[in-house]
Design a protein around this ligand. Structure first.
Ligand code: ATP
Ligand code: ZN
Length: 286
């Protein structure tokens, strides 16, 4: 029987779509998994298990699944021994302490002796211990943000992305405990065949990530300034220069990171570059 790698992904919620999108961008087709616990990938030796995100570290630690996609917040809260293979760049959020916005907050010492509601008791306790604060932790599993409003707690520790949920509940972010994103985790030990499949998957993910960060740039340049323009464009190797039908002009092609591009656009224009096109790259094999 063909060896497969079992991957655990969130069955619904904030990580579901990005997890499946990533697999799809890696050329791994997954037929509508929504209502199934388990599906086989179409063209890659991968079996996908759809689970609650909270259970994923445990399942990977127990080798029910070999690898998984989960937020660092959940991974570190659960304190399971699952090595991180690589960060995935989505599901970004922070675990923060928030307090009623009218409070007179003077620093972490404000929390001394307070009641703090959270779904992340371990991460909160670590933070409090590190800062030598004694507080009472109330573990609740959901709707943590309403706890101060109903008199259940003086503060909360919860996930924040935009901060609008906090704002709607009259809370303000006071301290960041952890910055988190989705990561690929693995079981400590895999068979040689499984290691090979994982290496193939990681190679594909890295190609997708590199492509995401980079853009293909095309521009027209007067031949007199080609050297200057090429020196501004750090390509994969060096830019491609092709003559245009119009005498004295060339077309310059290169691959550069999107952020680097915005830094040099003015210099490119000053050097006479025209008709600049920025094109997304689908895969990038360095
Ligand atoms: P499940 O039913 O799987 O237990 P859940 O309700 O615990 O789902 P979601 O709200 O879907 O979980 O969040 C899943 C993960 O998405 C979080 O653990 C976190 O890593 C990430 N995330 C990113 N932004 C946010 C945010 N603003 N609020 C909550 N989670 C976020
Ligand atoms: Zn959850």
């Amino acid at each position: 029987m063909e060896t497969k790698l079992k991957i655990a992904v969130q069955k619904s919620g904030r990580l579901y779509e990005d997890s499946l999108k990533l697999l799809k961008e890696c050329g791994i087709g997954v037929k509508n998994g929504m209502n199934k616990l388990k599906v086989e990938a179409e063209n890659f030796p991968l079996e996908i298990y759809f689970l609650r995100d909270d259970d994923i570290p445990q399942y990977v630690a127990d080798k029910v699944a070999d690898i998984g996609i989960v937020g660092e917040n959940v991974l570190y809260e659960k304190q399971k021994d699952c090595p991180v293979v690589l960060p995935l760049g989505f599901g970004k959020c922070r675990l923060s302490i928030a307090i009623p916005k009218e409070s007179n907050y003077t620093g972490a010492a404000f929390l001394q002796g307070k009641n703090i509601a959270t779904s992340y008791p371990n991460l909160l306790q670590q933070y409090l211990s590190k800062n030598k604060i004694e507080a009472i932790i109330h573990e609740i599993s959901g709707s943590v943000e309403i706890a101060p409003g109903i008199g259940l707690a003086d503060a909360i520790a919860d996930l924040v992305s935009s901060g609008s949920t906090l704002f709607q509940n009259g809370l303000a972010e006071a301290e960041i405990i952890l910055r988190s994103q989705a990561v690929l985790i693995r079981h400590q030990t895999l068979s040689t065949e499984q290691e090979e499949i994982l290496a193939r998957l990681v190679f594909r993910i890295q190609s997708v990530q590199k492509a995401r960060d980079n853009k293909y740039v095309l521009l027209n340049a007067p031949n007199d300034n080609i050297e200057k323009i090429c020196s501004l464009l750090p390509g994969m190797r060096s830019p491609t220069v092709l003559p245009l039908a119009e005498a004295g002009w060339s077309s310059v092609h290169s691959v550069i990171s999107e952020t680097a591009f915005w830094d040099i656009i003015e210099q490119l224009k000053a050097a006479g570059a025209e008709g600049i096109l920025i094109i997304p790259i689908e895969k990038m094999i360095a």
